[in-house]
Design a protein. Structure first.
Length: 431
């Protein structure tokens, strides 16, 4: 009779040691992996806290990257922990609704690697910050000074809005809105006890009918610009209006006109540059006055932009290219393939100090966007995360009503279902 075979004691002990070691390693894997995200989660939490400030908030995370679903809970725990360290408590949905702060984090990717984007929504204001992340090493990559785009809703109208601008007369600030058949002005309201109106809300002050001597085209455009010797000028196809101060009120006079429109704006623009508008085709012909002595393509919009050698002119051509005119030459700008037809040159204390705020390209059925770029040589470099826009950006112009550190932009957005137009005050802030 053969005796039963038993594993030698030493071999059994070795197997037990290996089992314990494997179990320990398996137990440590999630913690080790979560530890890889410590630095980027901490950096993003710091940027979010700088935008939101201490208090209750609701945090949502959307994964649009190659990260697995199993990695998201660890990133969420790290973000919630680090946010608490900065005084931002991610409470339940009820408390967040009461406070009115929502933090939306999107884990995405681009050609350079991971890109974590955070939106902080408080009332009508949305701020965005972003963090480049190396997905291979799960460590944050320093990208230098970055911009945060901020927008604040000023008014909503049911009538089409072609353009809007802020103008200051002493301590009084007016919002002037150009419609196809009217000029409407708004002033900031004083808070009235029990009225339910927020302090600083914009209320309609005056309206003026534009009596045009000819029918307007179907795709009508308009421009509002500051005037050197009166408050503003408004341009529509075949019509020009002038707005002047008359004490506490303004007066608007309109007349038929085929004069070229000012195109360079008030931010570093080439003084006196104007362009002839083709009302039948909804763009500028490329003929400038006084011009640069060269043939230019047709374009949708233009803006003067400060350059190291002086002032350049940025054009958004009808064929989708962005061109830069400087030193008596015309060059294509690379990195601007996804620019929309609206842009504005703004100033800030970040980066080079001059940025181009750009709308998104393509159909806006799923929403538009705003993004800031800097021109390095003839290359457009994105310096902010895209700021989502619910609707389509239909007009955007630089405004002197930015932060104390620079200029901002007024942005007109068309939204559907129901159809309405919103005017936003946008600015760029340093992270």
């Amino acid at each position: 009779m053969k005796s039963a075979r038993y594993n030698p004691p030493q071999r059994m002990m070795d197997k037990m040691r290996w089992a314990v070691l494997v179990a320990a390693l398996v137990g440590l894997l999630p913690a080790a992996h979560a530890g890889n995200w410590e630095q980027p989660a901490g950096d993003l939490a710091k940027q979010i806290a700088a935008l939101a400030g201490p208090g209750l908030a609701r945090l949502t995370i959307r994964n649009e990257s190659s990260l697995t679903a199993g990695e998201i809970p660890a990133i969420r725990r790290l973000l919630e922990r680090d946010l608490r360290g900065f005084g931002v408590v991610t409470g339940g949905s009820d408390s967040a609704t009461l406070i009115g702060t929502l933090i939306r984090v999107t884990l995405s990717e681009n050609l350079q690697g991971g890109l974590w984007v955070a939106e902080v929504l408080e009332g009508t204001e949305t701020r965005v910050t972003m963090l480049p992340v190396s997905l291979g090493a799960a460590a944050a990559v320093s990208s230098g000074p970055a911009l945060t785009l901020r927008r604040t809703l000023m008014i909503t109208e049911t009538e089409p809005v072609l353009d809007a601008q802020l103008f200051s007369v002493g301590t009084l600030q007016r919002l002037v809105v150009l419609e196809p058949e009217r000029v409407v002005t708004y002033i900031r309201s004083a808070p009235v006890l029990g009225s339910g109106m927020a302090s600083g809300s914009w209320v309609e002050d005056q309206r003026f009918v534009i009596a045009a001597g000819r029918p307007l085209p179907r795709d009508v455009r308009g421009e509002l610009v500051a005037a050197p010797d009166h408050l503003f000028e408004a341009y529509l196809p075949g019509v020009m209006c002038s707005g002047t101060n008359t004490g506490a009120q303004i007066a608007v006079a309109c007349a038929d006109s085929d004069d070229p429109w000012p195109i360079t704006g008030s931010v570093g623009g080439a003084v006196g540059q104007r362009a002839f508008y083709n009302a039948l085709r909804d763009f500028f012909t490329g003929v400038l006055a006084p011009g640069f002595g060269m043939e230019l393509p047709s374009f949708y919009g233009a803006s003067g932009i400060p350059r190291p050698t002086g002032t350049g002119l940025l054009l958004n051509t009808v064929d989708g290219r962005v061109m830069l005119i400087e030193n008596n030459g015309v060059k294509a700008v690379s990195g601007a393939n996804d620019w929309g037809s609206d842009f504005a040159v703004v100033r800030s204390e970040c980066g080079s100090g001059v940025q181009v705020l750009v709308s998104g390209s393509g159909a806006a059925a799923g929403g538009d966007s705003l993004r800031a770029y800097e021109l390095v040589g003839r290359e457009a470099i994105a310096v902010s995360a895209p700021l989502p826009v619910e609707g389509a950006v239909v007009a955007m112009h630089a405004s002197e009503n930015g932060t104390s550190a620079g200029t901002g932009a007024t942005v007109v957005v068309r939204r559907d279902a129901p159809l309405r137009y919103e005017v936003w005050d946008g600015s760029a802030l340093c992270n």
